[in-house]
Design a protein around this ligand. Structure first.
Ligand SMILES: [Zn+2]
Length: 444
């Protein structure tokens, strides 16, 4: 029975509730000496060391982490793996950035070897950053999805991905048709969706690069496959919003375009959602459509400051998950992304509590993707996904975290100063998938 149990011991955080619904301090469960036990890919026990150790079979090996914090594995709700090679190509707004850097870079993904090499690096970087679940955009080429899924199958990570659908307003080499877009996506769903930890997302890039016929076809494909997600972009940049208005003059606004083509609803996750009216937010909330908040990308392209408060102060609130949106995003670190979300909120005069920021990168993100019964928390029955954060990762982090008064302050310091250097070890589906090379001195 003890065979295959992985037990981690150290300070740990788990969720008791949504910190946007209850006071943040009450949403957290903090154990200064916890044990997380995982077996067959799942969490089998989490709680105080005293309680959990008594239930484990004698001889179960326990890895102990000192001056660390164990948290649920991070969830990145929106990221483009083919854009990893152009991260940091800046100085432009969204539409020019797409034309100058992104589309040329994506053309290279017709080549399987190139796609495989970037997919491998991307998955390694996720593990190094403590990200155990990600919703990923590929390119228009089916091979870009094949390669990512085949690499991900052995990575231990939960990867949701899809082939971009684009049949207008893009270079010829990056366009499909209504027919090929539907058929290729359907074949990928049949081959990969639900295989191990892999899932599919129907992926119309955004409404300006798909004809009305393709948007209808994407919605049909999504509805025909329950459990498959839908991911796209929404109201990221003002020039884009004006363009969409011109392309769809008979619609009320951007959200109305998605709405009338059947692209809203539970299981739909739209990136950004910065430039929205009250009507649009209400419609997203009513339809249980989620938004992926991508703060470092929004800074990098100068897209705008997402109004998280307006999304959350509704009844019901809009489901929000945090996301890196690399390559416009400037980091794959969800810790750094949490820090950026706090800065966006400050700029809006509507501060974000650090506990809420952590929620947006774990439990809240899982909920946005409809995966909260699988990931986003440390609780029996959920996938064994956890990150061990090193409180001594740098001299300054060491000195600063030694003086915190409570968990909220500790989280605030980690998301202000921390990034991949803090990730001492990553566990996915109950197994260690990353250990910082110098970290073995710390784990006992
Ligand atoms: Zn994006």
């Amino acid at each position: 029975m003890s065979e295959g149990i992985a037990a981690l011991r150290g300070a740990a955080l788990a969720w008791q509730a949504d910190p946007f619904v209850v006071p943040p301090e009450q949403a957290l469960r903090y154990e200064s000496d916890a044990v997380l036990a995982m077996q067959d890919g799942k969490v089998v026990a989490f709680g105080s060391a005293r309680e959990v150790l008594a239930t484990l079979p004698g001889g179960t090996p326990v890895t102990r982490f000192e001056r660390s914090l164990i948290v649920p594995g991070f969830v990145d709700c929106h990221v483009h793996y083919p854009q990893l090679p152009i991260i940091g190509s800046g100085g432009h707004g969204l539409l020019e950035w797409l034309e100058r850097y992104t589309f040329p870079a994506e053309c290279a993904f017709a080549n399987e070897d190139h796609a495989r090499s970037v997919a491998g690096m991307f998955l390694r970087e996720l593990r190094r950053n403590g990200t155990t679940t990600a919703a990923v955009f590929c390119t228009v080429h089916p091979v870009s999805v094949e390669v990512l899924f085949s690499e991900a199958a052995s990575s231990g990570l939960r990867i949701i991905a899809g082939k971009c659908l684009m049949d207008r307003n893009a270079p010829d080499a990056l366009m499909d048709t209504v027919r090929t877009g539907y058929d290729d996506s359907k074949a990928l769903i049949e081959r990969w969706h639900g295989r191990g930890r892999l899932g599919y997302a129907v992926t119309p890039r955004f409404v300006a690069t798909s004809t009305p016929a393709q948007l209808e076809s994407a919605a049909a494909l999504w509805r025909e496959h329950p459990g498959v997600l839908l991911q796209s972009h929404l109201a990221e940049n003002l020039a884009e919003v004006a363009w969409v208005r011109k392309l769809f003059p008979d619609h009320l606004d951007y959200v109305d375009v998605l709405d009338r083509f059947g692209l809203l609803g539970r299981g739909a996750v739209h990136g950004h959602g910065i430039h929205l009216s009250g009507r649009e937010r209400s419609r997203l909330a009513e339809t249980a459509t989620a938004i992926a908040h991508c703060p470092t990308s929004n800074f990098f392209l100068g897209s705008g400051l997402f109004d998280l408060g307006a999304a959350k102060r509704r009844d019901p609130p809009i489901a929000i998950g945090l996301a890196t949106d690399v390559g416009a995003g400037t980091t794959l670190s969800m810790l750094a992304t949490m820090g950026a979300a706090c800065r966006v909120a400050q700029m809006r005069g509507d501060p974000l509590h650090p506990v809420q920021a952590l929620w947006l990168a774990t439990g809240g993100a899982a909920r946005a993707l409809g995966l909260d019964e699988r990931v986003g928390n440390l609780a029996p029955g959920l996938d064994g996904d956890a990150v061990v954060l090193d409180l001594e990762a740098t001299p300054l982090i060491d000195a600063r975290t030694a003086r915190v008064e409570d968990v909220s302050e500790l989280l605030a310091v980690l998301m202000t100063l921390g990034d991949d250097r803090c990730v001492q070890a990553t566990y996915a589906a109950g197994a260690q998938v990353w250990e910082r090379p110098d970290a073995c001195d710390k784990a006992q």
